[in-house]
Design a protein around this ligand. Structure first.
Ligand SMILES: Nc1ncnc2c1ncn2[C@@H]1O[C@H](COP(=O)(O)OP(=O)(O)OP(=O)(O)O)[C@@H](O)[C@H]1O
Ligand SMILES: Nc1ccn([C@H]2C[C@H](O)[C@@H](COP(=O)(O)O)O2)c(=O)n1
Length: 234
């Protein structure tokens, strides 16, 4: 696949901090548009889980980069359209969603050689008819030429409450206070690292989703993409 061919395929980038709703909105928008979906955080989570399982220390940069380069990851959909994430053939769709794996992923993601090792794998998701890419550096580093870029935010309190509710529904026992601290720590690490720190890309539309229902956020994002597509046709 050449860079030139890639640039003709539209990409919507959705970046933002943890719990801002990127994954939820990315899935809904990709489904409505019939576009591909890149959950880039899942790649960092898979790298972290793989490292833990292989007893690779989270500060061994060379070993982590090698592991990321050869990550045995697969993204599949079952017959009902449900996404499944596999690591070395094992379905780890749920295992990678724990707060522990999220924290390890954030540490692994701060290593420049790991980010470099995952770059082309992420760009290969850019396939016709289009791609919705969710992460922290989709607009700044991975797809800087994306025609539609959104940066989702929500207040720290609301993001912690959303995650608390989500974990409670899954039967995971946590306190709102510990969760708020973990999220704040992860935000700090993701935003302050030197490699591809979390920040809005130039030209990104910033949407504060605090108190805004999912359907409304989805509608606002879809409207932005449709306006772009209409402009392309006209
Ligand atoms: N606008 C919204 N209003 C209320 N709840 C929301 C909204 N958007 C997302 N949520 C809920 O918040 C939780 C976190 O959302 P989601 O996983 O999409 O966030 P995220 O930004 O992808 O987080 P992470 O980067 O940690 O994966 C989910 O339970 C989701 O249903
Ligand atoms: N493009 C990305 C995606 C994710 N990360 C890091 C930062 C997060 O703390 C961690 C897990 O991501 P999530 O699944 O919560 O979106 O991975 C990143 O640095 N760059």
């Amino acid at each position: 696949m050449t860079g030139q061919a890639d640039s003709n395929i539209p990409v919507l980038t959705l970046d933002g901090p943890s719990g801002s709703g990127k994954g939820t909105i990315a899935r809904a928008v990709a489904e409505q548009l019939g576009w591909h979906l890149l959950d880039s955080g899942a790649l960092y989570r898979l790298a972290a889980l793989h490292a833990c399982r292989q007893d690779v220390p989270l500060d061994d940069e060379g070993a982590l980069a090698a592991l990321a380069r050869d990550l045995p990851a697969e993204f599949r959909q079952d017959e009902r359209g449900e996404p499944h994430i596999l690591l070395a053939g094992e379905d780890v769709t749920w295992q990678i969603r724990t707060e522990q794996v999220g924290d390890a992923a954030s540490r692994v993601a701060a290593i420049p050689a790991v980010r470099e090792a995952l770059l082309e794998r992420q760009r290969a998701f850019r396939q016709p008819p289009g791609l919705v890419a969710d992460g922290r550096d989709m607009g700044t580093v991975v797809f800087p030429d994306a025609p539609v870029k959104i940066f989702l935010t929500a207040s720290a309190e609301e993001r912690a409450r959303r995650r608390y509710k989500q974990l409670k529904e899954q039967g995971v026992s946590v306190t709102l206070a510990s969760l708020s601290e973990e999220i704040a720590e992860r935000d700090r690490r993701d935003a302050q690292r030197s490699a591809a720190p979390l920040r809005p890309s130039r030209g990104a539309l910033e949407l504060d989703t605090t108190g805004v229902p999912v359907d409304e956020v989805t509608g606002q994002v879809l409207a932005r993409v449709k306006a772009y597509l209409a402009g392309e046709k006209g």
